[in-house]
Design a binder for this molecule. Structure first.
Ligand code: NI
Length: 277
């Protein structure tokens, strides 16, 4: 029995490589998460940036709760099974009138994981739509790895401006329009991209990457992840500590070490957007 998604929805995810919208938290909870983020930004002197955007669940308690949210995990379990690790998280924020865009790419090209059993849950803290630069998905593109090339466009949010080497028909891109509190699910091989934010407000999304415990890191040395459901009988990843309080000194130190190691070892020269400075 599926936990949250219907059999038909799971079949659609497997066929198309994505599924949305999935109602995961109430709109008021999404507004509260935005408020907490912006309080944190006010305390630290500006928009969350650099390594702090990645794996922020290692130093912010409310994000560590979000990656364990039962509704999110129920949806993930329906596709990936019941033993689940959160491998990574990243904020994807486009400021008002931000020229930044993301070229068409497949995440699997850069991550070094042993299996395509990797799902991103992208949780909208604000609306995401065609005006503010929501993600677009290319249906069925998760069935094969495509070649990528570097473009180095300065407004490309991917550090090397990497993009799929063949022209993608923009008209085939399906906009992942979301309301606050809704999420999209997408497969690690799904081609996706997004346009600039032409609106007067920020567009804030929080992407959570889940894997089943059997997946291994095959490019980097030792990697780490957070066990969020079930049992880890494989021990392919070091289990990460949970922060006792927001920005607790030991949590910040653990976060810096973990993300620093990933940037140095795993992502050297690959430059996916997750690790752009
Ligand atoms: Ni991506």
């Amino acid at each position: 029995m599926p936990k949250l998604l219907s059999d038909e929805a799971v079949a659609r995810y497997r066929r198309d490589g994505y599924l949305f919208p999935v109602d995961v938290i109430a709109p008021a909870e999404a507004a509260e998460l935005r408020r907490r983020l912006e309080d944190h930004e006010a305390q630290t002197g500006g928009p969350i940036s650099g390594d702090r955007r990645h794996k922020a669940h290692l130093y912010l308690t409310w994000l560590n709760e979000l990656i364990r949210h039962p509704r999110i995990l129920d949806a993930v379990e329906d596709v990936l099974g019941r033993d689940l690790l959160c491998w990574s998280t990243s904020f994807f924020i486009k400021e008002a009138s931000d020229p930044g865009f993301v070229s068409w790419h497949q995440d699997a090209t850069y991550w070094g994981l042993s299996s395509p059993d990797v799902m991103t849950v992208w949780v909208a803290f604000t609306p995401a739509n065609l005006v503010n630069g929501c993600m677009k998905f290319l249906p069925g593109s998760h069935r094969q790895q495509l070649d990528h090339r570097d473009t180095f466009d300065k407004h490309n949010l991917l550090s090397r401006g990497q993009e799929i080497a063949v022209t993608v028909d923009e008209a085939k891109g399906v906009p992942a329009v979301l309301e606050p509190g809704q999420a999209s699910l997408h497969h690690v091989l799904l081609a996706h991209g997004s346009a600039p934010n032409r609106s007067g407000d920020r567009r804030i999304g929080f992407a959570i990457r889940y894997i089943p415990t059997h997946v291994r890191q095959v490019v980097g040395e030792r990697d780490s992840a957070t066990l969020v459901r079930g049992t880890d009988n494989f021990h392919h990843f070091d289990h990460e500590p949970r922060p006792a309080a927001d920005c607790a000194p030991d949590a910040l130190a653990a976060h810096a070490a973990i993300v620093g190691r990933q940037v140095q070892v795993l992502y050297r020269g690959t430059g996916h957007d997750h690790f752009r400075p």
